[in-house]
Design a protein around this ligand. Structure first.
Ligand code: ADP
Length: 848
């Protein structure tokens, strides 16, 4: 019987709608509540801590149900979306009072992690929604931020680069334009932690063809647009024209490198504090903060573009007083990029428009202070600072400075903006005194000394007359109500006044609402100009921020030479480490590569400063190419096309097969992709495996870079044996970290010097770490025995020449002792990431 249970028409409507949104929580508006049913209700009740009830309680198939009151819906949506879920909002599409049959309902918006515009962060970060498309030979990637309208597209050669882009965009949702492979899906969902959505239909947008995009790019952008249209269900005038970019227009860094260099967040804590972003952020506007993040994420490769930024920073440094004024004016700038989006979404309230006007009112001051700096490099910036006077006038004239954030209750529109509204207001204001006049007049004519006019909701305005005076009630009074000790009367004049006043109140609120919507609609016409202005102000903000940081920390302007072959950094510092530890403590280091030098092999004990030195170079390159000044006495750099790193933070090097695998994968990635214009940083490569194995690999990699890649490379190693390479590799030089040894005590000076290190100070480090003294003594004894020659560790191991495998070995492929069998046995399946598994498979195939 239960299976044939009758479903109510309302429930049928729910089920019909839900069918189109199987992957979203459906919030179904019923009166003052949004209701969830079935699985949605069970899951949401748990996540949102709602009470789970049920419909049809008494039937043998009750329907689980949970509800949230309509006025607090936003916080529930935010929570669900924040956790990576989608939420579909079904509203009542007609007034339930007048509806015939079941109230018409429809989904008005689907909110997803990638399309959420409210309150996910404080606007200091973009929320990018990414879409990917492939034609098997290449990929196209498009992304947009619904909160700001920014919209981009690019083509990429492989899925690995796609994942790098997604992770540097910090996207939370990816729209697949094609059916991803199992491996791709795994990587997206488990490694990048994004919500994967599908969109197979492209939005028909002829404009896209005009942007000169490839077919694949058109496909991905149109699918992304379609996804936006089908989820948002509204026209979005603030979406900017799609901008094409190429990753080679920027300094290429993969996600791992960005992470290990602490560019956007500190790799250890995951927080902004302790990152380059943190160091450089003296921005005053949210738009500037977001732009700075993009600049750090995508340093430039164009010499002229970098120099343009430098020139403006220099101007700001040369004009201290004007710059302080500029900083002050920027403080009055609101996030007009997001305000523009709110206008487009129909969400902007009077306060939002006031903030827009307030920002526009600051533009002349920004222009003036930039003009005062009298610098040619600012001309084009000044020219682009559009005050949008028409919009400013409109808002200034229309919106009251004290307008509330709500738009239904009036007090929004200024007097003088609309004549009818002004009339209403005169009536509302003067009505009270007219009533007082009427009261005085009637008191005189009637002779009732305590005659007064009162008001209540039920009877409106009335003359209050006590029983003792009833005999004196004038002819033209009519009775409205009788009470125990008094009666209430009306007159024609009073009724007229009353209706005028009530009408005025109601009409004026309605009129204000309408006028406000008109102003908002007119504002929408200026969205493109607002967005352009936003970008210009953001750029000025970032540059003033870089100037402030440069000044506070005594940075200098780097000289950057396209196609240069030399690196000369005099007394450079690692900007973030210096900031954290203090300039006095930090030991500056010079880095020099003449045009012949390709590889610096850095030796020195652990904890002596090798990786800090390497990171100093990488960070200097990133800072220089994003336009920033540098902590050093002087800097000369070529323009790099890419940075590749394998720098293990101590804590991510948990020993084990898969970690070593990651290390090798990153090395592979670097040597395959790097060009002679790239920078490679390899730190302690090979330490994840057995010593000889490690040395052999490290040496082979150094040789390979030297012979085949030609990238500028810093190679830090504690394999002292490798220093001998200097004699055979022409473009390799040894440097080491200086140490001071006095009375058996070793001090690390953190100073890099030419030539190889002569000792490894492992025992010293072990002592600092607090190992028992008899253990340390024993280690010293073993060491000196080794050094005495009992075992000669100093001779570099002979690297066997690779010979072609003999036939008998090949036949032994699956024999007990074969290499292949050994390898398969050694695979630790439980600790293998999908990517690592792919690589293992690849290796095994190669072996076969
Ligand atoms: P290694 O890579 O040789 O193991 P690190 O570069 O990690 O060593 O440096 C170890 C510690 O030494 C750092 O955490 C830092 O405190 C300190 N250090 C490194 N370089 C410097 C420097 N130039 N000036 C001051 N302290 C430094």
């Amino acid at each position: 019987m239960a299976t044939t249970e009758k479903i109510s028409p309302g429930m049928q409507q729910y089920l019909d709608i839900k069918k189109s949104y199987p992957d979203a929580f459906l919030l179904f508006r019923m009166g003052d509540f949004y209701e969830l049913f079935y699985e949605d209700a069970v899951k949401a009740a748990q996540i949102l801590e709602l009470t789970l009830t049920s419909r049809n309680k008494n039937s043998d198939k009750p329907i689980p149900m949970a509800g949230v009151p309509y006025h607090s819906i936003q916080q529930y949506i935010d929570t669900l979306v924040d956790l990576g879920h989608k939420v579909a909002i079904a509203e009542q599409m007609e007034d339930p009072k007048t509806a015939v049959g079941v109230v018409k309902r429809d989904v008005v918006q689907v909110i997803t992690p990638g399309t959420a515009v409210d309150a996910l962060n404080n606007g200091k970060e973009n929320n990018f929604l990414v879409a990917i498309e492939t034609d098997e030979s290449a990929y196209a990637l498009s992304y947009l931020d619904l909160a700001t309208g920014e919209f981009f597209v690019t083509s990429l050669s492989d899925f690995e680069t796609v994942t790098d882009e997604i992770s540097s965009l910090k996207a939370r949702e990816v729209v697949m334009g094609y059916e991803p492979s199992e491996v791709e899906l795994q990587i997206l969902e488990n490694q990048l932690n994004v919500l994967v959505s599908r969109e197979t239909i492209g939005f028909d947008n002829a404009d896209l063809i005009d942007y000169g995009l490839s077919a694949l790019e058109i496909s991905v952008t149109s699918k992304l647009l379609n996804y936006i249209m089908t989820t948002q269900k509204r026209q979005l005038t603030h979406l900017q024209p799609v901008k094409h970019y190429e990753i080679k227009d920027f300094l290429l860094m993969d996600a791992a490198s960005k992470k290990s260099l602490d560019l956007i967040s500190n790799a250890r804590t995951g927080k902004k504090m302790g990152s380059l972003y943190w160091l450089l952020d003296e921005t005053k506007t949210a738009m500037g903060t977001r732009m700075l993040r993009t600049w750090i994420d995508r340093p430039l490769v164009s010499e002229s573009a970098i120099q343009k930024r430098q020139a403006i920073i220099q101007t700001f440094l040369d004009h201290f007083f004007e710059r302080s004024d500029l900083t002050e004016t920027l403080k009055g700038v609101y996030d007009i990029e997001r305000l523009a989006a709110r206008v487009s979404f129909g969400k902007a309230n009077p306060k939002d428009l006031l903030q827009l006007a307030q920002t526009l009112s600051n533009v002349p001051a920004i222009k003036a202070v930039l003009t005062d700096m009298q610098s040619d490099v600012l001309f084009s910036v000044i020219g682009q600072l559009d005050e949008i006077p028409e919009l400013f006038e409109l808002i200034r004239n229309a919106i009251d400075e004290n307008a509330p954030a709500i738009i239904m209750d009036g007090n929004i529109i200024k007097s003088g903006f609309n004549a009818t509204l002004d009339d209403y207001r005169v009536i509302m204001r003067d009505g009270t005194s007219w009533i007082a006049e009427l009261e005085t007049k009637e008191r005189a004519t009637s002779g009732i000394s305590n005659l007064k006019i009162d008001y209540n909701k039920k009877d409106g305005y009335y003359f209050h007359i006590t029983n003792s005076n009833l005999s004196q009630v004038p002819e033209h009074f009519f009775r409205k109500a009788t009470l125990k000790n008094s009666e209430r009367y009306g007159t024609e004049a009073l009724a007229k006044l009353e209706s005028q006043m009530l009408d005025a109140r109601e009409n004026s609120a309605n009129l204000e609402y309408e006028l406000f919507l008109q102003v908002r609609e007119q504002t929408e016409k200026f969205i493109t100009r607002i967005q352009k202005l936003a970008k210009v102000i953001a750029g000025v903000d970032v540059l003033q921020s870089l100037a402030v940081v440069a000044e506070n920390n005594h940075y200098i302007k780097p000289d950057i030479i396209k196609n240069g072959q030399e690196i000369h950094i005099k007394n450079g510092r690692h900007a973030v480490v210096e900031k954290v530890m203090g300039a006095q403590e930090y030991v500056p280091n010079s880095i020099d590569f003449d045009e012949k030098t390709m590889i610096q092999l850095i030796t020195g004990p652990n904890m002596s400063g090798k990786s800090t030195y390497m990171r100093e170079l990488a960070l200097t390159v990133v800072m220089a190419q994003l336009g920033s000044y540098i902590p050093a006495d002087s800097v000369l750099l070529p323009i790099f096309d890419a940075i590749f790193t394998r720098i293990g933070a101590a804590d991510d090097l948990i020993s084990g097969q898969s970690t070593f695998m990651v290390e090798m994968m990153e090395a592979n990635h670097a040597i395959r992709r790097a060009t002679k214009n790239s920078l490679i940083l390899f730190d302690e490569l090979g330490r994840g495996t057995a010593t000889y194995d490690g040395i052999a690999l490290a040496q082979a990699i150094v040789e390979y870079i030297h012979e085949n890649v030609g990238a500028k490379t810093l190679f830090a190693t504690h394999y002292h044996e490798l220093v001998a390479l200097e004699t055979v590799l022409e473009h390799l030089t040894n440097v080491h970290v200086a140490t001071l040894e006095e009375n058996g005590e070793v001090t690390f000076l953190h100073k890099i010097e030419t030539g190889p290190a002569d000792k490894s100070y492992g025992i010293h480090v072990a002592k600092i770490a607090g190992l028992p003294s008899d253990l340390l003594e024993r280690a010293s004894v073993i060491l000196s025995e080794l050094e005495d020659g009992t075992v000669d560790m100093k001779v570099p191991p002979v690297i066997p020449v690779q010979s072609s495998q003999s036939e008998s070995q090949q036949l032994d492929l699956f024999g007990e002792s074969s290499e292949l069998a050994e390898k398969i046995r050694a695979i630790d399946i439980m600790n293998l990431t999908p990517m690592a598994a792919m690589n293992e498979l690849f290796e095994l195939k190669k072996l076969v």
